[in-house]
Design a protein around this ligand. Sequence first.
Ligand SMILES: C[S@@+](CC[C@H](N)C(=O)[O-])C[C@H]1O[C@@H](n2cnc3c(N)ncnc32)[C@H](O)[C@@H]1O
Length: 354
Amino acid sequence: MLKKKYNVLDLFCGCGGLSKGFEMAGYNILLGVDFNEPALRTYAYNHHGSKTLCGDLSAPDTFKHIDKLVEGNVIDVIIGGPPCQGFSLTGPRQFDDERNKLYLAMIETVRRYKPKAFLIENVPGMATLYKGEVRDEIIRRFTSMGYSVSNQILCSADYGVPQIRKRLVFVGLLNSKEIFQFPEPYLKPDEYITCEQAIGDLPSLEHTLGSDVSEYEMEPQTEYQKLMRGSCNVLHNHKSIDHKQFVKDTIALVPDGGNYKDLPPGVGESRIFHMAWTRYCSYKPSRTIDTGHRNNFHYKWNRCPTVRECARLQSFPDDFVFLGNKGQQDKQVGNAVPCLMAKAIGVELLKYLK
Ligand SMILES: C[S@@+](CC[C@H](N)C(=O)[O-])C[C@H]1O[C@@H](n2cnc3c(N)ncnc32)[C@H](O)[C@@H]1O
């Protein structure tokens, strides 16, 4: 018998880390919506069965376009990570402030389609913003629409992602006496996947800058590397920045896991702040992958990690190809929800949908 696939609408989908994880968990992704054109091109390239809409989710017209694109389908789950920059709450009723429109877009879509469940992902700081009032108001709004809402700060490394990335996640279930229980960690801290286990098989690029499409130079060395490669036999997005010689010479002096504090006096002083000249640590998961400043370096090679290395640390499989220029690709990877963390939540949610 064919298993039912639950239909998903992904708002603020970016390149689709969250969608990819839900797809891995067995969902059918109907539509991804975002206003960033390069991210959406990546999304479309990697989610073959899904539609995309390039639209501003703070504009009411966008909802009409979504209506048309999903017409005739039941939307079972709505997922999304609305940005919360500039979030404002100046009084008990100020949630409807203009600046909070992106959160309101999430609420409006859930009101419109009444999915069986929704998921919202955000930075952990959202939990304590305005002494927790924002989080409480989000819970109140969805509760009044008939959802039982749970929220928790999750750490991606607990679910097999080689990265310490913490995210606040809300999950709501419609007309349910149950409250969603987040998945228990799959790994203990001493079992976390390390940087070396994640990217140690990728070419060093010591004598070349690499290219958009290249070849693996060795067999996968770890279970994680095998998992990421799957049946992929070409290497995408493994291209180095052409660093200035002084950058290469300076980072060469920083040991595995070290930073600017390990440099001799007078060296690298053009960058002195807590993140400067940081090398990833080969025997730990990486720190949070960001949208691409040039202060984090490979644990072994004298260069920044490539887009593919960052994608590995975000648990994107190797056949997930990033489009756009280098800056756009960095942003797509750094903004994403790690696929394996999204998958873990998606798998858990299936138990409630059934
Ligand atoms: C944190 S990222 C989402 C990442 C995504 N969930 C993933 O896992 O790959 C937030 C996204 O919101 C999009 N965005 C911000 N404001 C928007 C708006 N007004 N309308 C549509 N998309 C918007 C950005 O372009 C960005 O891709």
